[in-house]
Structure formats: structure tokens, C-alpha cells
Design a protein. Structure first.
Length: 671
């Protein structure tokens, strides 16, 4: 759908009263130089412009319209605008699907037809590159040619983003509301056609079409436009929850996280992170790696940077001896050269000396550098010595070509004049140590991902939640064994004592038919004799049959490996701590399938429990390829059986000889 007339209109119709008047005021304030035509049957003039009584009386067809009338009147007006060939509409009115009026919202979409419809129940859009403000309230945007765009599901959140005073260069802000017709993917693709949009930020509560979103993200990736997402709320996208550990760990949020990672979308957790990351990406841009340098005149700031860096995928490597010696030549003998570097205040106010120090420091093999400095923010303060430090950092960045940012630990100590100066010189004016590290992590993320191909996710067929059934553990294990996944020797029988003697002790005894057998006393382990097995049957829940299995000795670690269907997203692989730790540790990683061996290995190594595979406390060191091969085979079981909803192994016991599926659940459709 072509949104160019809606986002870049030459003419605007505003229909309504107070809100329409505000739209006109905001367009005038932002310098929109196109035509604005108010429509109101009860007023002769709005915003200094003569009105017409109805949309049908407009002398020309508008490129865009803002409709702020009651919901049922909105439908009729939208239909008339569509019939006349309007380029797009913002539906301001509420009272549609968000309050349960699904049929009324459908009627609105039908009325719009092929005409783009934003909303309803939305604030609209602002395009600061052309002065368009289809926006019925105050906002903080100013005219600019380059910057970031933000798309928000929430109108009030979108409003808040426009009011930020952090120096984030914003070109567009779009509120989606109910996404009755236009969704994130549509607006993303439209904004990617604008060369002035250098990054896109998303505030997402839910995605209506994951496949379309993935395609839009892939387009952004191909164009090297960073996409940053703040995901809130809980989506209804995923299939119904089954009684498996995988379902508990692999909720919809985990699935969306895997989707974002698969398609090169960087995720943040707070509003300040979203804004600061967008700022860094638009001003400084992606960087080639995560090797960082920190400069500050305080040991406290240096220590804070070093401490907080542990929480992000960045590093502050030590200076090599030659580089350290070169930097030391510019510093007082009392200063210890390190990274983060506390250059002390011996040179404070000396622009030339600071420039020499910073230039020498930035000449090392770093991907980016950050200067930590908090400015006085009062009109009567003498900030000249602070400016000397800024000038030195700007000069050093320009001389060395090192990507650089300037960081205030507090937003209020990054004054507007400084922000504007730094942006003009290409240094992002960052607010907050953590937000800066998050931004540099994001810049490194995009620097590493851009240029690499994206691999599409594996589609899944529709699944009937009402027709699901869990296979027995024995049947599930036979399917896994046929796929090459090692399982314990065992047999289902009504005479467990006799079978145990044939298998060899010690054995495990399990009742047949329960998913979480251990929760009901349906599992007995390390039984050493026939007598032990017979005695166990007397205390276990009554059962007509038992699964008797060989105990797996020499286990170094227990893992959970689960593959679960997410309609619209595909197959989600979950790898986590297994056995008793599954519910205690909450230690899991998630990937969308297909995933190659390297991706599976990275996910495995990201777990805390992975330390058990690396010789932890005298344990034998395990070849991770054993585990990766077993996980890959479990994934293939799900991918090759269209009728399966969940394939779970818990635990997958890892030994020096291999990985064995000790317990398994497969949920499938009756059909």
C-alpha cells in the first residue's frame, strides 16, 4: 500500500472541531507550506481558514485527512474520502475494537477500502522534514532533514516521545492506534523510502502480522537502517499453552525476542534506552566492533563505567605497552594509564594539553570512545573550562577518525547548547552511563549484522488447539531414536521387575501416561534390584504399565531442549537448564528455526549452566559438538513432522560420551 501522500501530503483536510483546529495550529507552527482545508458544518472559519460543511464540498481531493468526529460519523466520512480518491486518513476517534466493537472497526476498514487508514484510536503522525503535523496536541518536534523515526502503538507514548529533551533528532513520529488497517510493517516500509530516516524506533505492544513485520525488518536490514524496538505487553499470537516446560519458558515474549534477533532488530528495555540508542545511531552510527575507550577526569566515573560495562556486550581492553607509553607522555607522572582512563584534573582547562592526551588515547585500536563529563547547567556558571574539554574531544575524534560520544551521567547536565554543538560535529550527546553503553552495544550489533544475509524462519502450518494430544514418553522416545537422538535402553511392561533384570541395574521406573510424573511420585530412580523395583510399584501411583529404563551414569549437566510451534512466527527452539533447575534457574535461550550449528552453539554457550560443560569444579570437559548435534536432531523431528506442536526433551543428560534424552514429551494434533 502506497503511503506517500499520507506521510508527505501537499494538501490536508481536517474534519472536526477542537482537534481539527489543533491540527491546523501544529501544521502552521511546524511550517507546513501546503494547503489546509477545514471541514465543519457548524463553523465558518477554523484556524484562520474558511470551512466547508462537508467533505463532498471540498474543491479538490486532499492528499491526507485528519478525521476527528464521533466514531459512527467517522465511518461515513472515511467512505466519502475513499470514494473521492484521498491519499490517506488518520482516524482519531476511539470506541472501536479496543472496547470490543470489532464489527464497527471492520465496517471502518471496509469503508476505507484501498485508501490508507491510520488508526482508529490514534494520535496521527508528524513529519518534521516537511512540516506535516496530523496531530491534535502539543509536540516537541522541530524541522529537520535527517534523524530517527518512531512508530508507537500507544498515542500517549508517541506524544511523550515528541516531548523528549535529550537532543534525539526525530524526523517522524507515528501513532498506530488499533492497527485496523495499517500496521508497523506498512509504516516501516513507507519510512524506509525516505532518505532522511537514518534509524527507526518502535514501541510495540503486539504485532498483528509477524511475517509481514519480518519482511519489513529484512528490508531495513538490506538498506542498513537500524531498527530498535521497545516491546511491552503480552501478545496473543502464540498457540495455546500446553503442559510442558517449554511452553512455560518459551512464551510469546521469548518468541518475539527470537524474531527480533533473527531479523536484526535491536531490543531495548526502557524509554530512555530507546531514545538514547536512537540518538547514538543517528548521530554516530553503527561501529565496527565492541572495543571501547572511556575517558574521564574522575576515578569514580572510570570505576562506574567499568562496573556497568559488565552488563553489556562491550569491552574496555587494556592499552598495549607502546600505546600506553605514548598516552603517558601527555599526562602527569601521578596518573596511571588504563582503560577506562582517569586522566585527572592536572590538565583541566588546558585545551591544547587535553587535545594531545585525547588524540594519543583515541589513536589506539578502538572501535569507539566515550568522554564522561557533566556540564554546569545554569546561566550564571562559568563553563569555559568544560568547553575546553569538549573542544579537545571533538578535535581528537576528528584527527583520529574514531567514532566518539560525549556522556553526561545525568540528563540535566547535558545542556541544549552542548547537545546541538556535539550533533553538528558528529558526536552523540548521550545522557546516562548505562544508556551510553547500551547505545554502543547497539552500534556494535548493527556494525556486525549489516552486510550479513538474513535467513528466513521456517513456516508452520495452522494447528488446531482443540485437537492436541500428548504422546506417551515411550512413543516420543522412539520417534527421537529414529531421528538419531540417543535414548536410554528401556521397555514398557506390566512386569517391571522381570524387565529390570534384563536391562541391568540400576534402573529408573516410571508410570506410563503422566506428563509431569515426578510431581506425582510417578518416578523412582537408581533402583538396584528386582526387590527394589517391586517395592517401588507399591508406593507409586497405581498404573497398568511401567516404563523401565537404564539409568544414565556419568552425567555432567542436564539441559532442557524444546521446540514449540508459534503460529505466524514459526518453530521456536528453547535451550535451558534442565531437570530440577528448569523451574528454579530460569536460564534459557531462544532461537527461531532453522538454526545452524554455530547459532545453536552460541545459544548454548550463553547459558549459565554451560559452565558445567567446561570442566566446572573438576567435572570432565565436554565436547559441545555432542550437545549441538543432539539439539539439531531434536529440531529436525519438529521440522519434519507437520502434525507436531511441541517436541521437548527434559532432561537431556550430557555425559563425556554424548547426550541422552532421558525424558521426552511430544504434543501433536489428532489429525
Amino acid at each position: 500500500m502506497n503511503l506517500s501522500r499520507l506521510i508527505n501530503p501537499g494538501s490536508i483536510a481536517v474534519i472536526g472541531g477542537t482537534e481539527a483546529e489543533r491540527v491546523i495550529a501544529q501544521c502552521d507552527a511546524l511550517g507546513f507550506d501546503g494547503e489546509i482545508w477545514p471541514v465543519n458544518p457548524h463553523r465558518s472559519e477554523i484556524g484562520g481558514r474558511k470551512t466547508v460543511a462537508s467533505v463532498g464540498e471540498l474543491a479538490s481531493v486532499p492528499d491526507a485527512a485528519f478525521v476527528a468526529v464521533p466514531r459512527k460519523d467517522t465511518i461515513a466520512i472515511v467512505r466519502t474520502l475513499a470514494d473521492r480518491g484521498c491519499g490517506g486518513v488518520v482516524g482519531y476517534a476511539s470506541g472501536f475494537a479496543e472496547v470490543g466493537e470489532v464489527d464497527l472497526q471492520h465496517e471502518l476498514v471496509v469503508a476505507a477500502g484501498a485508501m490508507p487508514l491510520l488508526g482508529p484510536n490514534c494520535y496521527g503522525l508528524i513529519n518534521a522534514t516537511t512540516g506535516v503535523a496530523l496531530w491534535p496536541d502539543e509536540h516537541g518536534l522541530e524541522r529537520r532533514d535527517l534523524g530517527a523515526a518512531i512508530i508507537s502503538q500507544s498515542g500517549n507514548m508517541a506524544l511523550n516521545f515528541t516531548l523528549q529533551d535529550r537532543g534525539v533528532p526525530l524526523t517522524h513520529v507515528v501513532s498506530l492506534g488499533n492497527q485496523a488497517q495499517l500496521g508497523f510493517e506498512d509504516v516501516m516500509l513507507a519510512l524506509l523510502d525516505d532518505a532522511g530516516v537514518e534509524a527507526i524506533g518502535l514501541h510495540i505492544e503486539g504485532i498483528r502480522d509477524a511475517a509481514a513485520f519480518a519482511q519489513a525488518a529484512a528490508t531495513a536490514h538490506a538498506q542498513r537502517v537500524p531498527v530498535v524496538v521497545l516491546k511491552t505487553g503480552v501478545s496473543d499470537l502464540g498457540a495455546g499453552i500446553t503442559r510442558t516446560h517449554t511452553a512455560a519458558l518459551a512464551g510469546d515474549d521469548a518468541a518475539f525476542g527470537a524474531l527480533f534477533d533473527r531479523y536484526g532488530v535491536y531490543r531495548v528495555n526502557t524509554v530512555p534506552e530507546l531514545l538514547e540508542v536512537l540518538k547514538l545511531l543517528t548521530v554516530t552510527g553503527p561501529i565496527s566492533g565492541s572495543r571501547l575507550l572511556s575517558l574521564s577526569c574522575s576515578g569514580g566515573e572510570a570505576s562506574l563505567v567499568a562496573d556497568r560495562a559488565q552488563h553489556y556486550d562491550v569491552e574496555f581492553p587494556a592499552l598495549d605497552p607502546g600505546h600506553a607509553a605514548d598516552v603517558g607522555k601527555h599526562l602527569d607522572a601521578l596518573v596511571e594509564v588504563g582503560n577506562p582512563l582517569d586522566y585527572h584534573t592536572f590538565q583541566w582547562g588546558d585545551r591544547d594539553a587535553l587535545t594531545g592526551t585525547f588524540t594519543a588515547a583515541l589513536s589506539g585500536a578502538f572501535d569507539a570512545a566515550m568522554l564522561v563529563i557533566d556540564f554546569p547547567n545554569r546561566s550564571h556558571s562559568d563553563d569555559s573550562s568544560w568547553w575546553s574539554t569538549i573542544d579537545a574531544m571533538v578535535s581528537a575524534a576528528e584527527r583520529t577518525g574514531t567514532a566518539s560520544v560525549v556522556t553526561a551521567s545525568l540528563p540535566e547536565t547535558m545542556p541544549r547548547a552542548l547537545r546541538e554543538h556535539l550533533i553538528e560535529r558528529g558526536l552523540a550527546p548521550m545522557c546516562g552511563i548505562d544508556e551510553t553503553l547500551k547505545g554502543l552495544e547497539a552500534a556494535s550489533f548493527f556494525g556486525a549484522r549489516f552486510g550479513n544475509p538474513l535467513h528466513p524462519i521456517h513456516p508452520v502450518p495452522p494447528f488446531d488447539d482443540q485437537a492436541r494430544v500428548s504422546l506417551s514418553e515411550w512413543d516420543a522416545k522412539q520417534i527421537l531414536a529414529d531421528a538419531g537422538v540417543p535414548v536410554p535402553d528401556g521397555l514398557v511392561t506390566d512386569r517391571p521387575g522381570d524387565v529390570a533384570a534384563d536391562i541391568g541395574f540400576p534402573v529408573a521406573l516410571k508410570i506410563v501416561g503422566a506428563v509431569h510424573k515426578s510431581d506425582t511420585g510417578g518416578v523412582m530412580l537408581y533402583l538396584e534390584s528386582v526387590e527394589d523395583v517391586v517395592a517401588a510399584t507399591r508406593v507409586m501411583p497405581s498404573s497398568n504399565s511401567y516404563l523401565v529404563e537404564q539409568m544414565i551414569a556419568g552425567g555432567v549437566a542436564e539441559l532442557l531442549v524444546g521446540v514449540r510451534r508459534h503460529d505466524g512466527l514459526g518453530w521456536l527452539l528453547t535451550i535451558g537448564a534442565g531437570g530440577e533447575l528448569t523451574e528454579l534457574a530460569n536460564d534459557a535461550a531462544h532461537l527461531l528455526l532453522p538454526a545452524d550449528a554455530s547459532a545453536i552453539r552460541r545459544a548454548l554457550e550463553s547459558l549459565s549452566v554451560a559452565a558445567l560443560l567446561n570442566g566446572y569444579r573438576g567435572r570432565p570437559t565436554i565436547d559441545p559438538q555432542f550437545v549441538v548435534d543432539a539439539i539439531d536432531k531434536i529440531c529436525r523431528v519438529a521440522l519434519e513432522h507437520r502434525e507436531f506442536d511441541t517436541v521437548e526433551v527434559n532432561p537431556l543428560v550430557v555425559t563425556p560420551e554424548g547426550a541422552v534424552a532421558v525424558d521426552a514429551v511430544i504434543v501433536k494434533s489428532h489429525g
